[in-house]
Design a protein around this ligand. Structure first.
Ligand code: NIG
Ligand code: FE
Length: 377
């Protein structure tokens, strides 16, 4: 088994003690102190951060919504109904087409430093289409979320979702989600869907309070959800409920950016000790980006997080939202990391739009970027 030493630059691990170096062995972080290794990565002043954890994406879809984006930029507001355009295109696409598009997007994620990703269904809305979307998602990640309750499709739709659709999809999913919004599902319908999923052993996420205030966030707290996602319009009571129930707030500022909407009150959430996660929400309607560095830059500029708070939310925060052991480089962690072509992680926000990701390592293996390594004697 090969051991690898990273030295000569700043290393963020989220351990209590600063790391002077990083040693990987057998896919794990084994030391924060320099020791003889089979190979060395000379950082030469560059920095290492944990791989990003993108805890909210919709990577499996067909079609294109450029025209909707253009009309939105010309002043037409976003509404939940746009999802149907993608549903029609997704149903018309073959599973191979969906898989190759999703794979390309997942590769994009990896190249920009994302080493753990969640992928939702939600653009099929029939038993068979939701099932094949989750099958495609499973080819990409082990964090797959059943979002049959994205928008309603015909009479008795909630019964379909909680019955035959859940039967077909639960074995392929690790979590259940719903879109709690005017034009999508109300609080009672979401409670039905999420409770049914939870009864099948699925973890719970909820798209909540994206476009207007409402009971979504409080429902997430009531059900002990892992996360409430979006959280753009939240009251102090909502925030207290999230804190008390330990529901993470998954913030997706690229969606606000691309829909020209107000940003979520990240400072109020952080000040109330709610766990904040940052995610791309990559989807063809509201946020067609796979870039966590872009999301970090937005979080610093628009959500007023410090660069380190943003990095923490994009790594450890995302891991909390997925209940997965990732997003840190403490001794014993999976060796999922990013080498940035920058002296500190603050450059992710300080240099927006610049590709600073030099290398991506997953499970101790270099998976993206040039192999600038030297062998030790
Ligand atoms: O997270 N809000 C619901 N779902 C997506 C948007 C989906 C779409 O418009 O296609 C979101 O923003
Ligand atoms: Fe979403």
């Amino acid at each position: 088994m090969t051991s690898t030493l990273f030295r000569g630059g700043s290393i963020t691990t989220w351990a209590d003690e600063p790391a002077t170096a990083l040693v990987l062995e057998d896919g794990l972080v084994v030391s924060h102190d320099e020791q003889p290794c089979d190979e060395v990565v000379e950082l030469d002043g560059r920095c290492v951060v944990p791989g990003f954890v993108d805890s909210h994406t919709h990577l499996v879809f067909g079609g294109d919504r450029t025209a909707e984006f253009e009309s939105r930029m010309a002043g037409i507001p976003y509404a939940a109904g746009g999802i149907r355009t993608t549903v029609a295109a997704t149903r018309a696409a073959s599973t191979e087409e969906l898989a190759s598009r999703a794979r390309r997007l997942a590769d994009e994620c990896l190249r920009s430093g994302t080493t753990t990703i969640e992928v939702k269904s939600g653009y099929g809305l029939t038993v068979e289409d939701e099932r094949r979307l989750l099958e495609v998602a499973r080819g990409i990640t082990s964090h797959t979320t059943f979002l049959g309750a994205h928008v309603p499709d015909g009479d008795g739709y909630v019964d379909l979702v909680t019955g035959p659709m859940l039967d077909a999809c639960a074995p392929l999913a690790t979590a259940v989600d719903a879109f709690c919004e005017e034009g999508a599902f109300d609080v009672d319908q979401c409670r039905e869907v999420l409770s049914a999923g939870r009864a099948r052993g699925l973890a719970v996420h909820l798209h909540a309070n994206q476009l207007r205030p409402g009971g979504g966030v409080r429902l997430a707290a009531e059900l002990g959800a892992l996360s409430a996602d979006h959280c753009t319009h939240v009251s102090d009571e909502d925030i207290t409920a999230m804190r008390d129930a330990r529901v993470a707030a998954v913030l997706v500022p690229a969606a606000e950016f691309s829909t020209r909407s107000p940003y979520a009150p990240a400072r109020r959430l952080l000040d109330a000790a709610v766990t904040v996660a940052l995610a791309t929400d990559c989807n063809p309607g509201t946020s067609f980006t796979t870039s966590m560095p872009f999301v970090i830059a937005l979080a610093v500029r628009e959500l007023r997080l410090t660069p380190l708070e943003a990095l923490r939310a994009a790594t450890l925060g995302g891991a909390t939202a997925l209940a997965v052991d990732a997003g840190h480089l403490r001794v014993g962690a999976h060796a999922d990391l990013v080498v940035l072509d920058a002296p500190s992680p603050a450059h992710l926000a300080y240099r927006p739009g610049v590709d600073l990701v030099a290398q991506v390592w997953r499970g101790g293996t270099l998976v993206s970027g040039p192999a600038a390594r030297s062998r030790c004697r």
